[in-house]
Write a protein that binds this ligand. Sequence first.
Ligand code: ZN
Length: 208
Amino acid sequence: MLSADFGNLQAEIDMVNRSEADWLHIDVMDGVFVPNISFGFPVLEYVKKLSQKPLDVHLMITQPEKFVKEVKAIGAFMMNIHYEACIHLHRTIQQIKEAGMQAGVTLNPSTPISLLEDIVSDVDMVLLMSVNPGFGGQRFIEHSVEKVVRLREMIDKKNARTLIEVDGGVNLETGKRLVEAGADILVAGNAVFKAENPTEMIHRLKQL
Ligand code: ZN
């Protein structure tokens, strides 16, 4: 949603509702964990009313454990927190699950997959950042494809059912390679909202 036209949020969300998109991915930024501020819970209350798609909330904030209740209240089914923002990651994951949501852990581009070894079976999803979080419209970091391959291996080896989502610089070209590498879910911002025909672009991304 970060790449949507916020002056036309209702029309943008209606477009997503009519499209083949599975989820609506929402990036919340605090200006501390990332060098930008996006929007907060009052805006998300409005999104909750308009969206017919399940809400996949990605918190790019410090101390995300303080907001489990708020994220649940805006109707999120998936709450993604950053590995780099959580000292007690396991506890926060349990809190998210106890609140009745699915839990996702997110890695910045410089954070190695190997750090997930002891937590990957406990989370519903791993969200790999393929740009540095903070802004939409950035260039895809190539190394991300190889990270998906290695994460897929780790998950399969453990017989886990953890999903792999990739966020940042996703378009038809990078998306194809990510799916081939083993990604389950692609987050597309600019590729969709800046497309001439956004619903057609979503359709094409879904074919990958
Ligand atoms: Zn995101």
